[in-house]
Design a protein around this ligand. Structure first.
Ligand code: ADP
Ligand code: MG
Length: 629
């Protein structure tokens, strides 16, 4: 009887848990729209990336290997993949992953093209050669391949697609198997081509039908090398090599991928998240490795860690639009990270901090007067420690501005200070917490951008008002009115004059920020919207025309945000919406699970328990909440 010893090392002993080696590959700059570069290599193990908080600092990361944008397919293969292949011939397992956001070069690295073949064709070719060269008198080698796709936590056969979720099992020797998966024997490279190319097309066909499914599924190629003894005791050693093109690591909620369904994104995120936990646990030498938490890691249980040899190639892109996805990828498995007191790169990036924080619009705009410009830069660049001091400086400088403008600027300042504090925390906390904090920070980044937009608007208005004041000596009451309300609401001029003084303290809740940002609940002065409502004869508030009083783009934007939230929010997040309690949130989740995404907010009447009137009131409350925030 053949004996399988694939979980044992060459000496027949259980090997200790192995680290996952991490290589980072930076792809060449490809952006046509002149997006700025935010990351670059330093040496064969490290790179630097702009520190979004401080232009005088660079974040430097170190890995087992770093491949710069000029590196070739051959260099990556010979440096990080070829050295592990020999282990397969003695019955050990190995895995190679390409990780990173969509567009950063995972498929290029794994597959490549006929002119620049990637890791997969090179590894198959070399394994075929190695087995031929190593054939001994009493032993024979054979190579088989299987190719599956893991999509929404389902394992699908790509060699013979059956539209069936294949099971994953563990035998008594702790080998992981996929019973029923197609296995093809490959004797030479053209055999491999014959099976692999149509199978890849199976994936591509599905991809066009299902809205770029390929970037949201894991493509798992399994190459088994079997060494069999021709004479008694007929031993058999099996070495497995997994070559994996992972799903894109980008955060689909942040990138606003409208087409993506919650279940789908959840499944991808959870398996990538589990993979990161597994890699983390292996590299920290933790006793418990959470392989069973996802299909992908369960499948890899005998080929990732243990006696296996694993290489993760994190693919990153240099363009600024990938900045946060790059940070996520770098934090995924960095060996070390440090902040260096030097600007990123004065030659290639003219204004590093602004390039991250600044809106493109500002590049083309006419420069504001010196005083305002200075104020803004100081606000942005301010370090958390000096916030009180510089705030009072701002107060002095801003004293000539209108109160609403000052209010907004101070609020922005507060958020930026908070942001700075979060970054300080990021650098001194363990990796997993860092990831969570980073996520939280990214969410608040959206809010900051919005406030900055608002700040800009207010500054412009203040300037215009100042200019008007210089021209006439008219009442300043009229000027202070317009700054906030005019931009948000379309009101007849007459009613505006009377509504100016009507401001009211309200509790501000930011439902769109998710549960993390509940900390943002705070008191703030905002214009009262009620003033635009009509009173019915019974004296009750009835606001049939409330939409009319809002700018249509604000309204439309609000509707879209709410819809997006309804289609992707978790139970907790849904409950953070105005007028949605536990019961309604559960109804929404249930309906969405059964029927897919809501097409419009009014579809809420279909979940049961919400009348058309209640939906209108829900819509109104939440749009107002967005506007207020
Ligand atoms: P991903 O699989 O991560 O979504 P791709 O591998 O499809 O990314 O790469 C996106 C684009 O960039 C493709 O057109 C690819 O050919 C190109 N590309 C990626 N990496 C490189 C590289 N190192 N050199 C040249 N082109 C590259
Ligand atoms: Mg790809």
């Amino acid at each position: 009887m053949a004996k399988r010893v694939s979980m044992l090392d060459g000496h027949g002993k259980k090997a200790s848990t192995a680290r996952v080696r991490v290589a980072v590959r930076l792809r060449p700059y490809m952006e046509k729209n002149e997006d700025k570069v935010c990351v670059r290599g330093l040496d064969s193990q490290s790179l630097e990336i702009i520190n979004w908080r401080n232009q005088m600092e660079t974040m430097q990361y170190q890995f087992d290997a770093f491949y710069g944008d000029k590196s070739t397919q051959r260099e990556i293969y010979t440096g990080s993949v070829f050295p592990i292949l020999s282990h397969l011939l003695i019955g050990q397992n190995a895995s190679v992953f390409a990780y990173g956001p969509t567009g950063a070069g995972k498929t290029h690295t794994m597959l490549g093209n006929p002119n620049q073949p990637g890791v997969i064709p090179r590894a198959v070719r070399d394994l075929l050669q190695m087995t031929r060269a190593s054939a001994e008198e009493d032993w024979t080698y054979s190579i088989t391949m299987s190719y599956v796709e893991i999509y929404q936590e389902k394992v699908m056969d790509l060699l013979e697609p059956k539209n069936k979720d294949l099971p994953i099992r563990e035998d008594k020797d702790h080998n992981i198997l996929i019973p029923g998966v197609t296995q093809k024997t490959i004797d030479n490279f053209s055999d491999f081509d014959e099976y692999f190319i149509p199978a890849s097309q199976n994936r591509t066909v599905a991809c066009t039908k299902l809205n770029d499914r390929s970037s949201r599924s894991h493509a798992v190629l399994l190459i088994k090398v079997q060494k069999s003894q021709k004479i008694h005791p007929y031993r058999q050693l099996t070495g497995k090599l997994y070559l994996i093109d992972l799903a894109g690591s980008e955060d689909n909620r942040r990138t606003g991928n409208q087409g993506i369904r919650l279940k789908e994104s959840g499944a991808i995120n959870s398996s990538l998240f589990t993979l990161s936990k597994v890699v983390d646990a292996l590299n920290q030498g933790l006793p418990r490795i959470p392989y069973r938490d996802s299909k992908l890691t369960r499948l890899l249980q005998d080929s990732l860690g243990g006696s296996a040899h694993s290489v993760m190639i994190a693919n990153i892109a240099p363009e600024q639009k990938y900045y946060f996805d790059t940070l996520t990828a770098l934090n995924f498995a960095a060996k070390s990270k440090q902040i260096i007191n030097k600007p990123f790169s004065q030659e290639t990036v003219q204004a590093p901090v602004q390039s991250i924080l600044k809106r493109p619009r500002e590049d083309t705009e006419t420069a504001p007067p010196p005083q305002l410009k200075k104020t803004k830069l100081e606000t942005v660049e301010e370090s958390p420690n000096s916030s009180t001091e510089s705030l009072s400086k701002h107060k002095l400088q801003l004293s000539s501005l209108e109160p609403a403008v000052v209010e907004r600027l101070l609020k922005l300042d507060k958020i930026l200070t908070e942001k700075g504090r979060m970054e300080t925390q990021l650098l001194s906390t363990p990796k997993r917490e860092r990831m969570a904090l980073l996520k939280k920070w990214e969410e608040s980044q959206v809010e900051i951008e919005r406030l900055k937009e608002k700040q800009k608007e207010l500054e412009e208005k203040a300037l215009a008002a100042e200019a008007r004041l210089e021209r006439s000596t008219g009442s300043d009451l009229e000027m202070s009115d317009s700054s906030v309300s005019e931009s948000m609401f379309r009101e007849p001029l007459r009613s505006r004059a009377t509504s100016t003084a009507k401001t009211k303290k309200v509790l501000r809740v930011l439902p769109m920020q998710g549960q993390n940002c509940q900390v943002n609940i705070q008191e703030e002065t905002i214009p009262v919207v009620k003033k635009t409502s009509r009173k019915t004869s019974g004296g009750q508030e009835n606001e049939p025309g409330w939409e009319v009083n809002m700018r249509t783009d604000v309204l439309q934007n609000g509707r879209e945000k709410i819809l997006q939230f309804l289609n992707s929010g978790s139970l907790k997040e849904l409950k953070s919406l105005q007028k949605i309690g536990d019961k309604k949130a559960k109804l929404i989740l249930g309906w969405r699970e059964l029927n897919g995404p809501f097409q419009k907010v009014e579809d809420l009447t279909a979940i049961g328990g919400m009348s058309a009137k209640q939906v209108t009131s829900f819509l109104k409350a939440n749009i107002l909440s967005i506007v207020a925030s």
